[in-house]
Design a protein around this ligand. Structure first.
Ligand code: NDP
Length: 244
């Protein structure tokens, strides 16, 4: 890997597939130490091995972002290993789309638990460390659904709007933290796997025909992370040119 960028310790949630995995590869390739968190640890181990085989540095750790103690342990294991935590990328997310009148309340709760509470638990786990370090960077993955609302996406959109709101609140409260929201449009990943309604799943998979590769989002995240310490990139939206 090139060593032109200052090497940072970057924690990535949901790192086993899609945007998280592409981000891990992209950041490791420019010399950052990546710490990979997700529930499917075999995915993380395979990814870490591949990154290390290419000369990068990766540490896989089992993580369920809906468990606050587990999120703290993820962050502290990384901190014990490297002595610091420079960046947290809150990327883990699920998108079981449905109409509100389908009353899939368990799926609403799942989105709130992973997409919103999971982000808050990540922030809670790193804030004390970043305060002690007098700096740090939190990158939250929202969505184009954090900027607009579509039918079947009310709850998903609500979680992604919330991620943008709390990121802005976090930014306003700290003069030492950098806070970035990255809002992807249609991006190739495994995200549609969580859609339980087969009609909606088929329709979304058809829309995904124009999706861009996850590396396009990873490049935006890398751009924000690799800016000088006094430059805080607050918001990036990246979508397919053909997306409405
Ligand atoms: P993927 O499904 O490929 O990746 C999501 C990852 O999140 C999975 O690897 C999954 O790993 C992990 N995850 C899910 N639940 C948990 C949990 N409880 N704890 C820890 N990790 C969890 O989809 P994407 O790469 O597309 O999604 C990444 C982010 O990008 C999400 O926040 C999504 O909302 C957002 N996004 C994606 C868009 C797209 O078009 N793809 C568009 C806009 C935003 P595991 O199951 O092993 O835990």
């Amino acid at each position: 890997p090139s060593t032109t960028a200052a090497s940072k310790v970057v924690l990535i949630t949901g790192a086993g597939s899609g945007i998280g995995a592409a981000t891990a590869r992209t950041l490791a390739a420019v010399g950052h130490h990546v710490v990979l968190g997700a529930r499917r640890t075999e995915r993380l181990s395979a990814l870490a091995e591949d990154i290390e085989a290419r000369g990068g540095s990766a540490l896989p750790i089992a993580l369920d972002v809906t468990d606050p103690a587990g999120v703290r342990s993820f962050v502290h294991t990384a901190h014990d290993r490297y002595g610091r935590v420079d960046v947290l990328v809150n990327n883990a997310g699920v998108m079981p789309l449905s109409r509100l009148d389908a009353l899939r309340v368990d799926e609403w709760n799942r989105m709130i638990d992973v997409n919103l509470r999971g982000v808050l638990y990540g922030i809670a786990a790193v804030l004390p460390l970043m305060r002690d370090q007098h700096g740090g960077h939190i990158v939250n993955i929202s969505s184009v659904s954090g900027l607009k609302v579509d039918p079947t996406a009310a709850v998903y959109s609500a979680t992604k709007h919330a991620v943008r709101a709390l990121s802005e609140g976090l930014r306003q409260e700290s003069r030492e933290l950098r806070v970035t929201v990255v809002s992807p449009g249609l991006t190739r990943s495994e995200l549609t796997a969580s859609i339980g309604d087969s009609g909606i799943k088929d329709a979304v998979r058809e829309q995904m025909g124009i999706a861009i590769p996850a590396t396009a989002i990873a490049e935006a995240i890398r751009y924000a992370i690799d800016q000088p310490a006094d430059v805080d990139v607050n918001e990036i939206v990246v979508r397919p040119t053909a997306q409405g």
